[in-house]
Design a protein around this ligand. Structure first.
Ligand code: PLP
Ligand code: COI
Length: 338
């Protein structure tokens, strides 16, 4: 580990590390394993498909240094599969799961001393797949780059397990039926910057998006999925194609059912959610972030006096306990660094 690095001050921001992984493919050639190289800028054609038409995807996962003193990934195969589904949607050649997982292992192994001490954060792994070859017409690029860089991170929302205040976005939507909301297309994120920044200026941590068709059902939170809990039943928006199928979301559904809770995946109306007992959002970066209040059309609804709910806390302790190896990995989610 980096002895001189201040692990206690980690936030969710970029700390450049030593090494990145890169591989490229031309036309219909199959993907070949790539190589490690020093972390740094990459040369790119001004006519690259990703720069001109947004033909690009990203992924996000974490590696943890656990209390058993080993480095583990959390369900990296799921990130590989989600990137394959995204590649299909954006007409890019999918990276085989074996190459993806091997690449993730290699780049983390090469930057091991940047994995934070147990409990102080995690190493965030950021794979990118992009149309890097030049193209002028709106069509798939002639060549592709698969790249992974890593960076140590702390909490996504200030204060970690403190409840956050969210604002329902009344004028913007994140995704529409038939669009790209169900995959991690890079182009899904820039349109959220304006609503997010405006909400932050008003003191909210993030926005919640409603569905674009009826503007009544909750879809998700900027970069995290949504859950609310009423009478000990968990509710989360179902995967209809407009929300991102979060790996944390899937894990929480399995964990909650394993704990004996009922979980309903369905249409979660905002009017219902604001009357729930507890609410939280979740994701690789967000982990489980309790929601203290939701403001909708000028009306603020507060959950449990603004403190994290009981079931939210139970699920947080379980999920982070598995990731830190202080709880049993009942579902076999951990993938140790070889
Ligand atoms: N929703 C969006 C839009 C995201 O960008 C993310 C982050 O990856 C999530 C939800 C949560 O997904 P996961 O739990 O796989 O990180
Ligand atoms: C993640 O949770 O990995 C995300 O992608 C969130 C965000 C940084 C875009």
């Amino acid at each position: 580990m980096h002895e001189s690095f201040d692990w206690d001050s980690l936030t969710f921001s970029l700390t450049p590390t030593d090494t990145m992984y890169i591989t490229t493919t031309e036309g219909d050639e199959p993907w070949m394993p790539g190589e490690l190289q020093p972390y740094g800028d990459i040369p790119m054609s001004p006519a690259a498909g990703v720069l001109n038409y947004g033909q690009g995807l990203f992924e996000g996962m974490k590696a943890f240094r656990t209390s058993a003193n080993r480095i583990v990934f959390f369900r990296p195969e799921e990130n590989a599969r989600r990137m394959q589904r995204g590649a299909d949607r954006l007409k890019m050649p999918p990276v085989p799961e074996s190459i993806f997982v091997d690449a993730v292992e290699q780049v983390v192994a090469a930057n091991q001393h940047w994995v934070p001490p147990t409990g102080k954060g995690a190493m965030y792994v950021r794979p990118l797949l992009m149309g890097s070859g030049p193209v002028l017409g709106v069509k798939p690029a002639p060549s592709y780059t698969f790249l992974i860089y890593v960076t140590p991170v702390g909490p996504y929302f200030k204060g970690g397990m403190n409840a956050i205040d969210l604002l329902i976005s009344e004028h913007h939507h994140r995704a529409a039926p038939g669009g790209s909301g169900g995959v991690k297309a890079i182009g899904n994120y820039a349109p959220g910057m304006k609503p997010s920044k405006e909400a932050k200026e008003l003191g909210y941590a993030e926005v919640i998006y409603l569905d674009a068709e009826t503007h009544s059902a909750i879809e998700e939170v900027g970069a995290a999925n949504f859950f609310c809990i009423k009478d000990k039943v968990l509710y989360t928006p179902e995967l209809t194609g407009t929300i991102l199928p979060g790996i944390t979301r899937d894990s929480i559904i399995q964990l909650a059912r394993h704990q004996g809770y009922e979980v309903v995946e369905g249409n979660v109306l905002a009017d219902f959610a604001v009357q729930a007992d507890e609410a939280f959002c979740c994701g690789t970066a967000a982990v489980i972030s309790p929601i203290g209040s939701i403001t909708h059309n000028g009306v603020k609804s507060v959950y449990g006096g603004g403190t994290p709910g009981k079931i939210t806390t139970e699920l947080y302790n379980l999920l982070t306990g598995i990731q830190n190896e202080t709880e049993e990995d009942v579902f076999g989610w951990l993938h140790p660094l070889p």
